[in-house]
Design a protein around this ligand. Structure first.
Ligand code: ZN
Length: 174
């Protein structure tokens, strides 16, 4: 799999959040850039920038080292984007999603036609729970509606198929 700019953006956005995109865009082709310089270039507060950088770091998407500035007496951290990690992070994110959707699908299939939903979407419960609640939402008091979950099941099946195909493709190319 070729790591295109789009793949980088999509992966980072999904795993770390949209607020990290500017930083990644700036760091992409550089090495060991100081946190102060990053903050200046993306025009954001240094604390916000550090918070985002540590989130990226938690997903192994950046590495850093710290050095004491002799004149100013404080520490400066220098950051590098780890492009080669993108693929790993992307695969893990897809696998996690696939696992989550598979569990969800089993639950939905075990409870076909057995869901009750508040019109304000406060709660979604099974028949027994709905009966206990006398079909009233415990949050807002509205009457719970019976929900046909066939659409949810279809949606999950489509997603699982897509993700399985994608995972298969990664394996085939390795
Ligand atoms: Zn409600």
């Amino acid at each position: 799999m070729k790591i295109t700019n789009t793949i980088i953006q999509d992966t980072v956005k999904e795993v770390v959040g949209e607020d990290s995109l500017k930083i990644i865009e700036f760091l992409k082709d550089k090495k060991n850039v100081s946190d102060f310089k990053i903050a200046e270039k993306v025009d954001r507060d240094i604390h916000e920038v550090r918070n985002i950088l540590y989130r990226l770091y938690n997903h192994n998407l950046v590495t850093y080292y710290r050095k004491k500035d002799r004149q100013k007496g404080w520490y400066i951290s220098y950051w590098t984007f780890e492009k080669k990690k993108i693929k790993e992070v992307l695969e893990k994110s897809r696998k996690d999603k696939l696992a989550r959707y598979t569990v969800r699908l089993k639950e939905e299939e075990a409870n076909v036609g057995n869901f009750y939903l508040c019109p304000n979407a406060c709660v979604r419960v099974g028949f027994e729970k709905a009966f206990d609640l006398e079909y009233r939402c415990p949050e807002c008091g509205n009457i719970l509606n019976h929900q046909d979950n066939a659409k949810t099941i279809d949606f999950l099946k489509t997603k699982i198929k897509e993700l399985s195909m994608f995972n298969g493709r990664i394996k085939a190319r390795n």
